[in-house]
Design a binder for this molecule. Structure first.
Ligand code: G1P
Length: 290
């Protein structure tokens, strides 16, 4: 059975992006013409998944509203004859079925996944972290579903990062099985420099099996005093198997100010209408810098 649901944890406070995120959820910050959460949802939908489970907290209702039907806005746009905009707004609310679960206390990513147990049930599921935007010809989740279909075990997305960045990520060590696929022999959350030779960092895309819930229940607080998904994945590795997949595409850390700027440039250049003029504008700017 292939996953039918995608869990997107959105309960985080977005402290890396203050003051922008004081009132606005970080997932609602706009890259070009849509909030970052919409990029994630579009990736999930184009991968064939229609049900999204949002793990929310107070102050995050704008995200649910964004994917909901808006009677006032749609009526207004229809009355004004703004049919293109009406279409666009309608498409967003038709993208997915959303279920929300509250994470009542900020106990970590592992805990955020744990609270979805009742909603997800006894089936494999996808987890996408809202900070990680991945631009790819074949959506990253779709690439991972292909790997899951073959191995039928937990799959996590990885990319190589420079040595000085390893302590920002979950890092995997493993044996290469085939092009881009590794059998994981160790996974460590935010290792200190010098404690691993691996540069394979976990980015926010996971295909999990229902056994993860039992592992999470047995997981004690780890790095930062939080229940780490990485630690539960290490139990999965020991008790079943864990595969790491080096996805094809470009990933942006949209939860970080510099990563966010990079995402704006990247998606701006690829925008169907704005891309051309934006490129010319950037060329002028670069000339001015020379
Ligand atoms: C989380 C995970 C980490 C992963 C990262 C990817 O960390 O715990 O293993 O490498 O996402 O973005 P966070 O960024 O929430 O600290």
């Amino acid at each position: 059975m292939l996953p039918k649901k995608a869990v997107i944890p959105v309960a985080g406070l977005g402290t890396r992006f203050l003051p922008a995120t004081k009132v606005i959820p970080k997932e609602m910050l706009t890259v070009v013409d849509r909030p970052t959460i919409q990029y994630i949802v579009e990736e999930v939908v184009t991968s064939g998944i229609k049900e999204v489970v949002l793990v929310t907290a107070s102050g995050k209702s704008a995200i649910e509203d964004h994917f909901d039907y808006s009677f006032e806005l749609e009526t207004f746009l229809a009355q004004k004859g703004k049919l293109d905009l009406l279409n666009e707004v309608r498409q967003i609310s038709r993208l997915i079925e959303v279920v929300s679960v509250r994470q009542k206390r900020p106990l970590g990513l592992g805990h955020a996944v744990q609270v979805t147990k009742q909603v997800v049930g006894n089936e494999p599921f996808v987890v996408c972290l809202g900070d990680d935007l991945v631009e790819a010809d074949i959506p990253c989740v779709k690439q991972m579903l292909n790997v899951y279909e073959k191995y039928q075990e937990t799959v996590i997305a990885v990319q190589e990062v420079p040595e000085e960045e390893i302590s920002r990520y979950g890092i995997v060590e493993g044996e290469k099985l085939e092009d881009g696929i590794f059998k994981v022999s160790r996974i460590i959350e935010k290792p200190a420099p010098g404690t691993t030779k691996s540069r394979l960092a976990v980015i926010g895309r996971y295909i999990l099996r229902p056994e993860i819930y039992d592992c999470l229940e047995r997981t004690l607080p780890g790095v930062g005093g939080e229940i780490q998904l990485t630690d539960a994945l290490d139990t999965i590795r020991k008790e079943r198997a864990l595969y790491a997949y080096k996805f094809r595409g470009k990933r942006f850390d949209a939860g970080d100010k510099f990563g966010f700027l990079q995402a704006i440039i990247h998606y701006g250049l690829r925008h169907p209408q704005l891309g051309g003029p934006f490129k010319e504008y950037l060329k002028d700017i670069v000339k001015g810098l020379e």
